[in-house]
Each structure stands twice: as C-alpha cells, then as structure tokens.
Design a protein around this ligand. Structure first.
Ligand code: 5GP
Ligand code: MG
Length: 194
C-alpha cells in the first residue's frame, strides 16, 4: 500500500460504515499466520498445488495470501460461485458460474473464499474437485460466521470467527460496492437501504 503521504485523502466510502470488525493490521497479521501454516502443510506439493480463489469476494484475500506463501510452484485458477445476487443479503443456493478450473487430476487443491456462511459454496466446490480427480481438497476462508451451518462445514483454515452480521470490505461487497475497503466492517442502515 502506498505511504499515506502519497494517497489522496478522501474518506467518503468510510462514511457508510457502522463499525470496523476486523482492522487491516489484524487482517495482515492473520494472513501471514495462515500462510505459514498452509506453507508447512503443503511443503510436499511443490508444482502440484492449485490455489482456487472464489471470485469476486476473495480477490483481495487471495492476492495477499498467495504473496505471503512460500515461493513455490503453484497454479492459480479462478472460479466463480454465485450464492446470492445484487442487493440481497441472505444467502440462497450455490452454483458454479462459467468454466471450472482445469487439470485438477492429482493436484492438491486449496479453495480460497471470503466468508463461510451456509457452507453451500465449499460443499459444492469440494465435491466437484474430488469428482475431477483432485488428490485432496482443502479450504481457507478469511471469515466464518458463528452459526451452525458455517461451524459444521469442514474448513481447514479460518481467519476469523465473527458474529452473524452482514459484513463488507476487503473483497466483500454490498451490490458490488465496498470491496476496496482495506478492513472488514458492517454497513450503516441508511447505506443498506440505498
Ligand atoms: P455460503 O455458500 O457459505 O453460504 O456463502 C458464502 C458466500 O455468500 C460468500 O462467498 C459471500 O459471497 C456471500 N456472503 C455470505 N455472508 C456474507 C456477508 O456477511 N457479507 C457479504 N458481503 N457476503 C456474504
Ligand atoms: Mg463468494
């Protein structure tokens, strides 16, 4: 990130935020810790690791995570799963949009997603990748909601457990806005109804 002196001071986006749940420094520290754990667990997988960031929510998280991982040969293949559309804040079903990652046979797959909520996204991707011959599939999420559906969904790496609130920032959106916030927070009621 550019030094503050080089940034244009304009905080309009922050005015819509009710409270900051996970500050950017806490995210950065947690990303480093996750990368150390993941790097150790995959030390045998040089050249056979495929990281699959789930778009668009994990854009920032995945970009930071892969740069913090040990510098080994790995593939990065994006996938898109739609679990809710536009301005709806409640998660519905999950469906893969567009092409699935290719050449998964014998590869160790690490799914990277923004938030674990109903668990539909991870269950869907895991079964697809296993059906396509992956050697094994693990998942890493930045956030997990403290609700039964999320806590009961297998997930090997979790950044933060949070309360069951609708959050935005660091990749997470409301109607495709707020993804560029460097932290995770909740929206003010008037921003939600806009
Ligand atoms: P799951 O399949 O686990 O229900 O859904 C995960 C997806 O739902 C996330 O990748 C995200 O796109 C969306 N989602 C779930 N909870 C939230 C939330 O609190 N805020 C935002 N912005 N998206 C959420
Ligand atoms: Mg998502």
């Amino acid at each position: 990130m550019a030094p503050d002196a080089l940034r244009i001071h304009d905080d309009r986006l922050h005015e819509d935020i009710e409270k900051v749940l996970v500050p950017s420094a806490a995210i950065a520290a947690r990303v480093r810790a996750l990368a150390i754990a993941i790097g150790e667990d995959y030390s045998h997988a040089d050249g056979r690791l495929t990281v699959v960031p789930v778009m668009t929510g994990s854009l920032l998280f995945a970009a930071d995570l892969v740069r913090a991982l040990p510098q080994r040969r790995m593939r990065i293949q994006l996938t898109t799963v739609s679990s809710y559309g536009g301005t709806h804040t409640a998660t519905r079903g999950s469906a893969i949009v567009g092409a699935l990652p290719k050449h998964l046979e014998g590869h160790h797959i690490l799914i990277v997603d923004d938030i674990l909520d109903s668990g539909g996204t991870l269950r869907l991707l895991r079964s697809e990748f296993i059906a396509r011959g992956a050697a094994d599939v693990r998942a890493c999420v930045l956030l997990r909601k403290r609700i039964p559906s999320a806590l009961s969904t297998p997930c090997e790496y979790v950044g933060f457990d949070i309360d069951d609130e609708f959050v935005v920032g660091y990749g997470l959106d409301y109607d495709d806005l707020y993804r560029n916030l460097p932290y995770v927070g909740t929206l003010r009621k008037d921003a939600l109804s806009r």
